[in-house]
Ligand binder design. Structure first.
Ligand code: SF4
Length: 919
């Protein structure tokens, strides 16, 4: 089909363009127009556009709607990757890229034509289910439905609906324990050579790394004393295959499972790719040897989807549910967050529709669910119990270890890649917080829907109705728990607290917590609109009394939950006739989630029990009022371990047989070189009196020739116009390809607001976290896809962006990334050497940020710090040999404009020197 004859609109920071059918000439023409004209045109007729929420932001008109090409793409090609820009769409559809902004409206018409023509073709791979979904979308008045309808032919036979099309998982017996085998260093090295392939260059660092990793898989000599290896692996040594080689050998010989735990989704994707060298996609029996496993809140819950499709969602969210149903039929594993569901799909629909389709609240009814045998979560859990390699994340590994076995044995051979993040993951996993939001979640889980609640949420009574009718004591326990949970906070609690009218003992306590936090906080957050906090010390009597009442109320909830757990166990031990395999699985599931809630409530009680008593030196406790732009969204009592590696050592290390922590930044590099003592202390090993093995493998990259650090000395601290000007000029000098890192969202937004238009007019698109309505993963995809684009962001970008090649050739850091002076930080700083602790943290952050720049041997670029007050003692954060110069902004601009170090021939990189010369 030729270009579709519908008007099209594009808006960027550089301007707005409209393409309208021209009745005089019979053709189409594109013209620039004002924002007002664009808004009026879009209000009159449905316009073709790409990424409507982003166009709406550019126009400053939030209510904009139209025919979004991304929605059409999601319908035609569900579960297929596409960068959500005109350029990305061109790549996905194999069309010519539009040359500039002005060419985009005509491109959108052509792309829509191509997508619609594809629906008519016999080659349409995702035809099955499309016609039926389109009928539902017509009823929902999806703008594309009318346009598409004539082009999607009715199938000859009625189509099966999603829930009957999905395959069922197979049950398999539990794997026997792994065999005790030894992986010799030479064997591991030989396997590495096979995996890297004939003719691959011999990488000495990688070979040495593999040899040392093989020791992790040796049989354990004494109980509670795993083999522990801390391996510093400089960027580019090839650590992934380096540890996969001995892991694959061990899994093959021992018939056991190795878990590789990561912090970022990027690394999970990379591992999935690289593991294909060591394992086939399927074993001979059809099962997958490699499984990606995530927390259950990542997966689509089919019961929630069914509910959404049958009236649980209305309006735009109902359209989203239909598109998600299209995706579910083609998805590899049902992973909605970072899997094959496009990250942009949820943001097109603005509300939290995606989250509502996952099992966020642990309301799964297991075998009581009609989709249990097709459930993506159950399938992933079963597959991982049989897998050779499970790719997971730190939080999941720790939660699995802490909450005990539910599906298969707990991991015993674990590689923590991105090991520098284990501390943070342990910090959140082993934290306790009694907040209003958490308490409401518990109430909903026990009580179920109240008043105007929509959806399928069910309380304990509905989930365990058959148990209650069979077992009198169990039934009474459910009733008691529901009654006791009635005193927990409920909808509207924040409003009641603000008015001084709390309901029930927990709201009463939170009201006092709030008042005391406002009375004592001196962080400066009150005026700035940020969250506020105060330590738990010298508490007034009424607050301590309120804590005691709340504690009693929580104990009254926990007791019937405990009784119920006992009754469920009794039913499983002496099962009634009606209890079939599925019923049993459901009760086991219920018992598991019950045990988790009982632990949660017990932790809250313990937390409250200490208020007013002596402080426990192992913990840091504080009250907090969480706020965003002065708007309160949660209030609570918080507790963290002073050293979260203490529970980590007990819960994860001690039961394991072999553990490896690896990262490019595992050790701090101070003036005295690599600090192994600090790295060992940070691994948790001393808590179980373990002496780990250590190894250090330097990066093969030539930092001296390929990178340059420029510390700019003439931007005054706090001078926002100067900071913004410096960012704009550096991005212009680099011709885009710049990652801008900020320590404060407010400054990021201010700089973005000042420079985005100017850069766009020069053909240098600028995107920003916390500004653009796009998730971080998708922002990175856009940045990677367009070498003239630049991206501004905060912590998540500093640690997780993996953009090899020319798209990233300059990193600009606005200032030294000092830690936020929170109460928790104050306590850890005092316990760990004061200023030296801060320096270690900052060096680790700088090393991570610098690590974004050079990802491969061919990469080159500048790392610019816009802060004259950059202390020399922090410079050891950069890899040895990296040239570091203090320069004025003008000098920095001249160097950046000259092109990346080592590649200063413009023809080699395609980089045109000087600003305003985008490629
Ligand atoms: S088994 Fe649980 S998570 Fe799976 S579809 Fe059913 S309710 Fe959802």
């Amino acid at each position: 089909m030729a270009a579709i004859p519908l008007p099209a609109l594009h808006a960027s920071h550089a301007g707005c363009w409209l393409a309208e059918p021209n009745s005089d000439t019979g053709g189409r023409e594109t013209r620039g127009c004002s924002k007002g004209e664009a808004i009026n045109a879009a209000a009159d007729t449905p316009m073709l556009m790409i990424n409507a929420p982003l166009v709406a932001t550019r126009l400053g008109y939030p209510d904009l709607s139209g025919l979004d090409l991304l929605e059409l793409f999601a319908f035609v090609h569900p579960a297929r990757f596409c960068v959500p820009t005109a350029r990305g769409l061109a790549h996905a559809l194999d069309l010519a890229e539009p040359e500039d902004d002005a060419a985009i409206p005509a491109f959108l018409q052509a792309a829509a034509g191509a997508l619609i023509a594809h629906c008519e073709s016999d080659a349409w791979a995702e035809r099955e289910g499309a016609w039926s979904t389109l009928q539902s979308l017509m009823r929902l008045r999806w703008p594309w439905a009318q346009v598409l309808s004539p082009h999607v032919r009715k199938p000859e036979k009625p189509e099966k609906w999603l829930f009957s099309r999905l395959p069922e998982w197979e049950d398999a017996p539990e794997r026997p324990q792994p065999a005790q085998v030894l992986i010799e260093e030479n064997e591991a090295e030989g396997h590495l050579a096979r995996l890297t392939g004939e003719g691959a260059e011999r990488r000495e660092g990688q070979r040495a790394y593999t040899r040392s990793a093989s020791g992790v898989f040796a049989p354990r000599e004494s109980r509670g004393r795993p083999h522990l290896l801390l391996a510093q692996a400089g960027t580019g040594i090839g650590k992934t295959l380096g540890y996969l080689a001995p892991a694959a050998l061990w899994a093959q010989k021992a018939h056991g499972t190795v878990w590789v735990s990561t912090y970022t989704k990027n690394l999970q994707r990379q591992l999935r790719r690289e593991s294909a060298r060591a394992w086939p996609e399927r074993r001979a029996d059809g099962t997958p040897p490699v499984v990606v496993r995530k927390g259950r809140e990542n997966y689509l819950c089919l019961l929630n989807l069914e509910d959404a499709l049958q009236g649980g969602f209305a309006g735009r969210p109902a359209i989203l549910a239909q598109l998600v149903a299209r995706w579910a039929a083609y998805s590899r594993d049902g992973d909605m967050i970072g899997g094959d569901l496009p990250g942009w799909l949820g943001t097109l629909f603005r509300k939290r529709g995606i989250a509502a389709l996952t099992d966020q609240r642990g309301e799964c009814i297991y075998a009581g669910c009609p989709h249990y045998r097709k459930c993506f979560i159950e399938r992933a859990a079963r597959a991982s119990a049989q897998a050779d390699l499970v790719i997971a994340n730190h939080a999941l590994v720790m939660i699995n270890a802490a909450r005990g076995r539910h599906h298969g044995p707990a991991p015993t051979r674990i590689v923590f890649d991105e090991g520098h993040h284990v501390f943070d993951a342990a910090d959140s996993t082993f934290a306790a917080a009694l907040t209003g939001q958490e308490a409401i979640e518990l109430r909903r889980w026990i009580v179920g829907p109240e008043r105007n609640a929509r959806g399928r949420r069910r309380g304990l009574a509905a989930r365990l109705a058959d148990v209650a009718s069979y077992d009198e004591a169990g039934g009474e326990a459910v009733e008691d728990a529901v009654e006791a949970a009635g005193v927990l906070p409920s909808e509207g609690w924040l409003g009641r607290l603000a008015e001084g009218m709390p309901q029930g003992p927990v709201e009463e306590l939170l009201g006092q917590v709030r008042a005391l936090t406002y009375a004592r906080d001196e962080s400066g957050g009150q005026e700035a609109g940020y969250g506020i906090e105060t330590e738990i010390a010298q508490l007034p009597g009424p607050l301590i009394e309120a804590a005691q009442s709340a504690q009693q109320a929580l104990a009254a909830i926990r007791k019937p939950l405990l009784t119920l757990g006992v009754r469920l166990s009794a039913i499983l031990e002496d099962p009634p006739d009606w209890l079939d395999g599925q019923g049993r699985a459901r009760i086991e599931g219920a018992r598991h989630s019950l045990a988790w809630r009982v632990d949660l409530v017990a932790a809250w009680e313990a937390l409250l029990g200490r208020l007013g008593g002596p402080t426990d030196p192992d913990f840091v406790d504080w009250f907090a009022v969480d706020r965003n732009d002065s708007r309160e969204f949660d209030i609570g009592v918080h507790r963290r371990w002073l050293d979260p590696m203490q529970p980590f050592a007990k819960v994860v290390l001690e039961p394991a047989h072999g553990v490896m922590l690896t990262s490019a930044t595992l050790t701090d590099r101070g003036e005295a070189g690599e600090d192994w003592e600090g790295a060992i202390a940070a691994s948790g090993a001393p808590h179980i009196a373990l002496q780990p093995k250590t190894g250090s493998h330097a990066s093969p990259f030539d930092y001296a020739a390929r990178a340059e650090v420029l510390i700019v000395t003439d931007i005054k601290r706090g001078d926002l116009p100067a900071l913004a000007g410096a960012y704009a000029r550096l991005i212009e000098a680099a011709g885009g390809g710049t990652l801008g890192l900020f320590t404060a969202i407010r400054r990021l937004r201010a700089v973005y607001g000042r420079i985005a238009d100017r850069l766009a007019r020069a053909g240098l698109p600028l995107y920003a976290q916390h500004v653009d309505p796009i998730d971080t993963g998708t922002l990175t995809d856009i940045f990677r896809d367009d070498r003239s684009a630049s991206l501004l962001g905060t912590d998540a970008l500093r640690d997780g962006v993996d953009v090899p090649g020319e798209s990233l050739r300059c990193v600009v850091m606005e200032s030294v990334p000092w830690p936020r002076p929170t109460i928790l930080h104050r306590a850890r700083r005092a316990a760990n050497g004061g200023g030296a602790y801060d320096d270690r943290l900052i060096r680790a952050r700088i090393a991570q940020a610098f690590g974004r720049l050079i990802r491969t041997r061919e990469d080159a670029g500048h790392f610019v710090v816009l802060s004259a007050a950059f202390p020399s003692r922090l410079l050891t954060a950069f890899p040895p040999g990296t040239p570091i110069t203090r320069v004025t902004l003008d000098e920095a601009l001249a160097r950046v404009a000259a092109g990346p170090p080592g590649v200063q021939d413009a023809t080699e990189t395609g980089t045109l020197n000087g600003h305003l010369s985008p490629p």
